[in-house]
Design a protein around this ligand. Structure first.
Ligand code: SF4
Length: 342
């Protein structure tokens, strides 16, 4: 393993490769959960928090997954990270299906995939100095000599721009942004191929958010990371994603290149999410297509198109027929009336 943080930053990833060269591939992935309402004598029921999701990421690509709270995006992140087994479909990383891995293969895959969560403080040991925590994955994997591990740790702490005076500090002595830099350094020190970021900046002030996003983009480019960036905030997503997948009640409803999705959204739900994003220039008017009501319970999603209970252009057919995902160039949309909206 070589740590090449000081190497020249490569240019951004080239245009999409054919699907069979995907680095991460999710194919019709499902994840069911069992729940029981009321007393234990009531029969248990199950629902799919993730329901038939297919996504494909090439090496070095960043896919944002956006949607309201409870739409299944964090569950999707855990499935992609191999932290949770799918109950249907499969997840392939670099040509190997998680479901086919032996115990050793599973352990090795843990170094290939890392996850960053919103709660940086909760991800760190409150008693250990920063430097020790960042070096820990190298120690656990016995990577290189003691001196090499020390040097790599320093290199990584410098790469995430954490001042040397903070290296001996414990997490409680750091700000939220500094803690997240430590988490990023520790996640990347084993040079994973895939990084899953689950709302990594939601708990931070806006100015600090921008710094952490910029750091993640920089580290992605230096290490040629493939990234899934989970967020409810489309304004944040625009700064880092190559592509965006919009999720509603466990399903992807629209997926496409970030600028295309922002400039010409096709799905009514994407339009409504974008309408809620503040526009910096007051002279720019955006059509207001606000969401009506709350999302239905994921335990009992509506028949037909799951969005039909809130969709301003729903027709009778929408209440009975579930729309298939269809391609319009580089954009994929699940809506019966996508043509009329394009
Ligand atoms: Fe709206 Fe119908 Fe399209 Fe669903 S299929 S988003 S209900 S128009």
């Amino acid at each position: 393993m070589t740590l090449s943080l000081l190497a020249q930053t490569p240019s951004r990833a080239p245009e999409p490769e054919p699907a069979h060269e995907a680095f991460l591939k999710l194919d019709k992935v499902e994840r069911a959960f069992v729940y029981r309402r009321g007393t234990l004598t009531r029969p248990a029921k199950s629902f799919n928090a993730v329901d038939g999701v297919s996504l494909s990421l090439r090496k070095g690509e960043t896919m944002a997954v956006v949607g309201e709270s409870g739409c299944g995006k964090s569950t999707l992140g855990r499935l992609a990270a191999g932290l949770m087994r799918p109950t249907g479909g499969y997840v392939d990383l670099d040509g190997i299906s998680f479901g086919e891995l032996s115990a050793d293969g599973w352990r090795d895959s843990r170094t290939q995939v890392q996850v960053i969560f919103q709660d940086a403080a909760g991800s760190l040991d409150p008693r250990l100095p920063v430097e020790t925590q960042v070096r820990e994955p190298l120690d656990l994997h016995n990577a290189g000599t003691r001196e090499e591990r020390r040097r790599r740790t320093e290199e990584m702490l410098m790469a995430v721009k954490l001042g040397r005076h903070l290296w001996k500090a414990v997490p409680g002595e750091l700000s939220g942004g500094q803690q997240q830099r430590v988490v990023i350094a520790r996640a990347l020190i084993l040079e994973p191929g895939l990084l899953i970021c689950d709302e990594p900046v939601s708990a931070l002030d806006v100015s600090i958010q921008a710094q952490i996003i910029s750091l993640l983009a920089d580290m992605r480019d230096r290490l040629d990371l493939t990234m899934i960036f989970i967020s409810h905030d489309l304004a944040v997503v625009r700064q880092i994603a190559d592509r965006v997948a919009v999720m509603y009640l466990g399903q992807i409803v629209e997926e496409g290149p970030v600028e295309r999705l922002f400039s010409a959204p096709m799905h009514p739900y994407t339009k409504a999410l974008l309408a809620a994003v503040p526009v910096p220039d007051p002279a720019v008017k955006r059509s207001k297509q606000l969401l009506m009501g709350d999302p239905p319970s994921p335990h009992a999603p509506p028949a037909g198109c799951r969005f039909h209970t809130r969709c301003p252009i729903a027709t009778e057919r929408c209440g009975t027929d579930m729309p298939e995902m269809r391609s319009f160039g580089s954009v994929h949309v699940a809506c019966h009336h996508a043509e009329e909206r394009s």
